[in-house]
Design a protein around this ligand. Structure first.
Ligand code: S3P
Length: 425
């Protein structure tokens, strides 16, 4: 796929459903009794991997006419899968499902694509083993494939070293099957969709500060879930609207949960003109975002805000490259263990585009404001890398080629179509 400089961006875009919330709706709906009806579900490859895994464990899931119907069978209704469960590219499916499988009365094996087979799984193997789970990395490298033998689990209080919603959620889900309360404390609060949605399904779950506590054995009941648009997908349009001169775009139905809204806080601190319209605070909060081209300046991004924008850092790099002055990103070592090593990959290709960027152990330093030029970029099979460089190409001189651009099907199958529709060239 090749991309060129845009004149301006104009018009409206409605963002597809949130990936994290779509995964959880299918998982919790499968463990609930009765039917869960999901609208605005993200039809991306990652969430389809979750549907596929639960179908293989005997859950009937209809995916038609703009909605998903999950016919859940209760906490103890899953059956042993006849074959290996394929997680595709999805870290969320792999880690959350491991927590569920740890407490089942059967054995299972999980695997995934080349990227999943390199992602660290010790972070969930450790707490789940402390709970009594039998979970082994088949190749002995702490990565998938994982073999899980369901066992009886004990409640624990786990102090996680990383602020990871996937780790927190795996432990809380295993806690549904434990013999007592399970608590997770994390260093800073990560996205809290599991806590909000499990409670909505009827779990006895309390969260205070950075600790969440769940009681075992609840009766979960099927619910209706309307998935808000994914702020992580909106981020590409926020960045594009801010950096392309003359732009003014309306980004509709975006989830603005405070554990996810760091991109809005940082973009505004950089000088970005973003207005929230039609705010709705029933359940997961949403708003429409009116974004206008702005002259951005560099900022320091570190500490507690990092988990609230971790997936947006690649495109924040692009904003920083276009901003005047220096942007420093710290405390973001997690970037190295995402779908690609996002520190190395961003440094490699933003440098190729003429940006002054240096990688550090836990982030990057960007001296912004130099004009960008087109380059040949490879997505490294990372959807967020492909979309970030599509945004960079809108302000770069020449023709940017993105190899492996199809990977956007993971989280935003219509991304290029939607972006192209807004561009005037
Ligand atoms: C996710 C949590 C985050 C995020 C990922 C989705 C989730 O990962 O990067 O895209 O749905 O729980 P970590 O928990 O590894 O930080």
């Amino acid at each position: 796929m090749t991309y060129h400089k845009a004149n301006t961006l104009r018009g409206e875009v409605t963002i597809p459903g949130d990936k994290s919330i779509s995964h959880r709706a299918v998982m919790f709906g499968s463990l609930a009794e009765g039917t869960t009806e999901i609208t605005n579900f993200l039809q991306g490859a990652d969430c389809l991997s979750t549907i596929d895994a639960f179908r293989k464990m005997g859950i009937e899931i209809e995916n038609t006419a703009g909605k998903i119907l999950v016919h859940g069978k209760g906490l103890h209704g899953l059956k042993a899968p006849a074959s290996v469960l394929d997680m595709g590219n999805s870290g969320t499916t792999t880690r959350l499902i491991s927590g569920i499988l740890a407490g089942q009365p059967f054995e299972s094996t999980l695997t995934g694509d080349a990227s999943i087979q390199k992602r660290p799984m010790r972070r969930i193997m450790e707490p789940l083993s402390m709970m009594g789970a039998k979970i082994v990395s088949v190749n002995g490298n702490d990565c998938a494939p994982l073999h899980i033998t369901g066992s009886s689990l004990h409640g624990i209080h786990y102090h996680s070293k990383v602020a990871s919603a996937q780790v927190k959620s795996a432990v809380l889900l295993a806690g549904l099957y434990a013999d007592g309360e399970t608590l997770v404390t994390e260093p800073t609060l990560s996205r809290n969709h599991t806590e909000i949605m499990l409670r909505y399904f009827g779990a006895d779950l309390h969260a205070e500060g950075t600790t969440a506590c769940i009681a075992p054995g609840p009766r979960l009941e099927g619910r209706k879930i309307d998935v808000p648009g994914d702020i992580s997908s909106a981020a590409y349009f926020i960045a594009a609207g801010l950096i392309v001169p003359g732009s003014e775009i309306l980004i509709k139905n975006v989830g603005i949960n405070p554990t996810r809204d760091g991109i809005l806080r940082v973009a505004r601190e950089m000088g970005g003109d973003i207005t929230l319209l039609n705010e709705n605070h029933d359940g997961e909060p949403t708003a429409d975002l009116l974004v206008k081209h702005s002259l951005l300046h560099g900022v320091t991004i570190e500490g507690d805000i990092i988990p609230t924008l971790i997936d947006e850092l690649p495109v924040i790099n692009i904003m920083a490259a276009c901003a005047d002055g220096t942007t420093v990103i710290r405390d973001a070592a997690e970037l190295k263990v995402k779908e690609s090593n996002r520190i190395d990959v961003m440094v490699q290709y933003l440098s190729a585009m003429g940006c002054d960027i240096t990688g550090t152990d836990d982030g990057m330093i960007i001296h912004g404001g130099k004009p960008l030029r087109a380059a040949k970029v490879n997505s490294h099979l990372d959807h967020r890398i492909a979309m970030s460089f599509a945004v960079a190409s809108l302000v770069a001189e020449g023709e940017t080629e993105i190899e492996g651009s199809d990977v956007v099907t993971i989280s935003y199958p219509d991304f290029y179509k939607d972006l192209t529709r807004l561009c005037t060239r």
